[in-house]
Design a protein around this ligand. Sequence first.
Ligand code: SF4
Length: 207
Amino acid sequence: MEELQVNDIFYSIQGEGKYLGEPQMFLRLQGCNFRCKWCDTREAWDGDGGVSMGMDKIIDKLKRFNCSRICVTGGEPLLQSDKLLHLLEQLKELNYSIVLETNGSMVDKEIFSLVDCVSADMKPPSSGMKSTDKILSSLKHKDQLKIIVEDKTDFDFAKDVIKRCQCICYLQPVGGINVKQVANWVLNDQLENVRVTLQLHKLMGMK
Ligand code: SF4
């Protein structure tokens, strides 16, 4: 029986991107190939951690919530791409709307075309990690890109990415930086194709 390493299954409010504020079910998969400086889900790093769960059990758990929208997140979900594809195919047959969150380190065209929205990160210099440039050309209009901004170096990095991206790019200030500062940089440079947002779930103290 095919099993996925699962960190958590829960129901919460989407705190990022174009679905901001929407109640969604979250399937957090275990294992990550990045070690971002400001990561807040370190419990999902270890690929052998969490619990092994068969597809039927995952779907049963999701069905307990009265919700048709699923956000698959991590960790990095694409580290389990073969099994994940089979799960996503079953979820699409059940008419769920699916957002796939990924750290931008890899591309899986089959999965990207199956889900309703790929929500990819482009890791900025302050993270200490590097996403692949291939993610930019893989994202379609339905998808979204998210970039954390900790300082001006991150913003300058984001500016270059925004110009090359086909979809909307969400800038998310973190750490000591003021959201107004990021907003002013965006306005000063008259950037298009961008939204300045806060991570709502953190403001609300939710996971
Ligand atoms: S990609 Fe996500 S889960 Fe992995 S280290 Fe970075 S912030 Fe944490």
